[in-house]
Design a protein around this ligand. Structure first.
Ligand SMILES: [Zn+2]
Length: 437
């Protein structure tokens, strides 16, 4: 069996970097090596040590002076919204009704779904992202298209058919029964096939009737190992409408709580305007709040209180995400740059190590997949991004005065995008291609 030996400056996280000097939180090798076989990292460390295990036949690829990191992870994104991104002038509910729902009706056509799934995964990989938690459209065919494309590329992706049975055009509605049946069939067909993972995906409380929420809860009970993903507390009009639709609920979170949708594998997009009770409920259940800074800014939804959520007596688990097409960029570098600014608006800072922890190990832990991805640890899947901090003239110039790894990472986050991504490995295979529309 042939193996591949990558050489470069390797960086991988061990734990949350409390401060910029918390060297115990990461492993950095100025001259690092990664030995890959059968899609996995089988040795990692100083190049001279790893090289001894490689053998003559190993294919050697030298990425010096670039950085090798675990592939980025995007914890919330809508693959059918590639032609919704950059739609002008609306807040959440108008944006959904005017742009998003009409666009998603097109995904009843399997061929369209397959094309966009292909272009979507091309684009994610091009930006250094090797795993996403994706919403498909309501149509079963859209999830089939996504999983088929993801499986062909041997990517570890989490996805689900959206369940929605009201408050949207007919072309994007299912019924409580068909939503349940289609989800069930997709789970049987795709969950655990290769690296594919299924997420039960009620879009949000507004577009699911109480009967459908019951069905979503039933799916979670019947498949306790699965992820559940939905939206929570993004925008004031959304919160008010949810209260009207579920008048008995204590608050928005209570709606999901009532139907048994909170838990360690539950991913809640946005979580901007939570009360203390709601934050406690998320914390007590181990649920994950997903920070989507470019989307929250673009739609004018509000500022996610990242550091307060981490610091409170009952901390909330946090993931970060692009939320394309409400989000405005496919890049996790661009996302965390905007994230930094949002956190700054709350009078806090996110240091560059924390930021890169979040894009890699932090998101892997939040998605409960850290034993497989998100680090460069031996035995994990070889999903790797190669970053070039001198990718553009402006970056090159700024790098002349960068003296530390922290400064280089912050520069990558602040000025970097897809141009800084030199190569991407998915399960050990070089996977970066230019999007061929
Ligand atoms: Zn979303």
């Amino acid at each position: 069996m042939t193996s591949t030996l990558l050489r470069g400056r390797t960086l991988s996280f061990v734990s949350w970097p409390e401060t910029i000097d918390d060297h115990s939180a990461w492993r950095y090798e100025e001259d690092g090596g990664l030995l890959i076989r059968d899609g996995r990292i089988i040795a990692a460390g100083a190049y001279t040590q790893v090289e001894k295990q490689a053998g003559e036949a190993a294919k050697r690829i030298d990425h010096r002076p670039h950085l090798l990191l675990p592939g980025f992870i995007d914890a919330h994104v809508h693959f059918p919204q590639m032609q919704v991104i950059a739609s002008y002038g609306a807040e959440l509910l108008d944006w959904l009704n005017t742009f998003t729902f009409p666009e998603e009706t097109k995904f009843s056509n399997a061929q369209h779904g397959r094309r966009i799934a292909r272009l979507f995964l091309d684009e994610m990989v091009r930006h250094g992202t090797t795993t996403v938690a994706a919403y498909c459209s309501v149509h079963k065919a859209s999830a089939e298209a996504f999983f088929a494309e993801s499986h062909d590329r041997n990517m570890l992706n989490i996805a689900g058919k959206v369940m929605m049975d009201r408050n949207a055009p007919d072309g994007v509605l299912d019924t409580p029964q068909s939503g349940y049946d289609d989800s069930k069939a997709l789970i049987a067909q795709w969950h655990g096939k290769g690296r594919q993972l299924y997420a039960i995906t009620p879009r949000f409380a507004i577009t699911s009737s109480p009967q459908q929420m019951e069905m979503a809860g039933a799916l979670c009970r019947e498949h306790p190992g699965l992820h559940m993903q939905t939206h929570l507390s993004e925008n004031h009009a959304e919160i008010a409408f949810t209260r009207e639709l579920y008048p008995w609920s204590r608050d928005y979170t209570d709606v999901y709580e009532h139907y048994g949708l909170l838990g360690k594998k539950s991913l809640f997009g946005h979580c901007i305007h939570l009360s203390e009770r709601e934050a406690d409920a998320l914390s007590d259940s181990g649920s994950v709040a997903v920070f989507c800074p470019t989307s929250n800014l673009f739609l004018g939804s509000g500022l996610f209180d990242y550091q307060r959520f981490r610091r409170r007596d009952k901390p909330i688990r946090i993931a970060a995400a692009t939320d394309v097409g409400g989000g405005t960029n496919y890049s996790m570098l661009r996302t965390m740059d905007e994230g930094y600014k949002v956190i700054a608006q709350n009078g806090e800072k996110l240091n560059p190590f924390q930021s890169f922890w979040q894009m890699t190990r932090g998101n892997a832990e939040a998605l409960s997949v850290a034993e497989k991805i998100g680090t460069l640890d031996e035995g994990t899947d070889a999903d790797i991004v190669v970053l070039d901090a001198r990718a553009t003239p402006a970056m090159r110039l700024r790098m002349e005065t960068a003296e530390t790894l922290a400064q280089e990472l912050f520069l990558l986050q602040t000025l970097g995008d897809d141009r800084a991504v030199r190569e991407v490995y998915v399960a050990g295979r070089a996977a970066k291609t230019d999007m061929a529309i």
